[in-house]
Write a protein that binds this ligand. Structure first.
Ligand code: UDP
Ligand code: MG
Length: 324
């Protein structure tokens, strides 16, 4: 058997139509590795878990975790990274927009001495608003001095120990791409193919993407808060200037009122970002775990289970009352 131990982590949310094909393609491309395929069912409501369990019954390389509700993409892959059992892992989305055959190129780079290798899409096959949005998001991230390997995606091969450390840190949501460079400089990128989604639909709507971006900016940069403070100050000065000009009769009341409202909306946007910082500080207080597991094919720490007693928990050895 190939000595390279690799866990393919596959987060799945309502992917019942995809998982069988995903499994077949992963096995065809990566069957030569000492392979584990870890599906993480992120609280799907469409029979995804049953599909995964069907695969697990016939293929011993298939393992799964199933959440008690939808905890979101980061929670899903974080659980997979935490419970991956091979020394290396590859992240593959269930829709296989990144072809598993490309994994070999990432593994080859890893073996050159890198702890983390990220796929960079040669051509991205997603709708225009996703591509445009991503360009703006990275541009602003760079302005805020947040270090993300340029073009890096969720298609990545990493040392499992490194992935676990990143998950433990739980910075931001956690923001994997921005945390890895804080831990190691042995990072590489590799150009990869990217395909349009052919089954199921994207789970990322605009609101969620904007939320993620804001999360990155406030969690990984203190520059954003300085910028916001400056913008608020400028809005205040503009309002004061408008008021003076209106009283002095230099501006019509309509123009002054309109411009004043513009200054006010800029200030309110800034206040919203500051509020997000406040929530981030409050988040440092005790909070629920990032995810809770309801069912799994592998041992899970009791703290990660919603009902630890509901199935055998191999991490707690049975205590005998009369033990000396
Ligand atoms: N996903 C998940 N939980 C979520 C949203 C998405 O586990 O709450 C999974 C999804 O099933 C897929 C992967 O994350 O395997 C990436 O999602 P998607 O393909 O919808 O993202 P996009 O390619 O549109 O960015
Ligand atoms: Mg996708």
């Amino acid at each position: 058997m190939h000595p390279f131990g690799l866990t393919a982590v596959v987060p799945c949310y309502d992917e019942a139509d995809s998982v069988a094909q995903t499994h077949a393609e992963i096995v065809a491309a990566l069957g030569g590795y000492d392979l584990e395929i870890l599906f993480v069912d992120d609280g799907s409501t469409d029979g995804t878990l049953a599909e995964i369990q069907r695969l697990a019954a016939t293929d011993p390389r298939v393992q799964y975790l199933s959440f008690s509700r939808n905890f979101g993409f980061e929670a899903a892959f974080s659980a997979g990274y935490k419970y991956a059992r091979k020394p290396w892992l590859v992240h593959l989305d269930a829709d296989l927009q990144f072809p598993p055959a490309e994994v070999h190129h990432l593994v080859a780079r890893a073996l050159e001495g890198h702890d983390a290798v990220f796929g960079v899409r040669r051509t991205r096959h997603d709708p225009w608003h996703r591509r445009g949005g991503a360009a703006c998001y990275h541009w602003l991230g760079r302005r805020l001095r947040i270090r993300i390997p340029p073009g890096a995606t969720t298609f990545r091969v990493l040392r499992t120990e490194l992935a676990r450390r990143v998950v433990e840190l739980r910075l931001g949501t956690p923001y994997f791409l921005a945390t890895v460079p804080l831990l190691t400089s042995r990072i590489a990128t590799v150009p990869v193919e990217h395909r349009p989604r052919t089954r199921g639909t994207s789970k990322f709507r605009l609101g969620r993407l904007i939320g993620h971006a804001l999360e990155l900016y406030v969690a990984f940069s203190r520059r954003a808060v300085h910028w916001v403070a400056i913008v608020l100050l400028l809005a205040a000065l503009a309002s004061a200037g408008l008021a003076v000009a209106a009283f002095a009769g230099l501006l019509g009341t309509g123009v002054a009122a309109g411009a004043g409202l513009v200054a006010q909306s800029v200030a309110l946007c800034g206040a919203a970002v500051l509020l997000r910082y406040t929530v981030l500080i409050a988040d440092a207080q005790p909070r629920p775990a990032m995810f809770y597991v309801r069912a799994a094919s592998i041992p899970v720490e009791p703290a990660d289970e919603l009902f630890p007693g509901a199935r055998p928990a191999p991490f707690i050895p049975a205590q005998r009352e009369d033990a000396a």
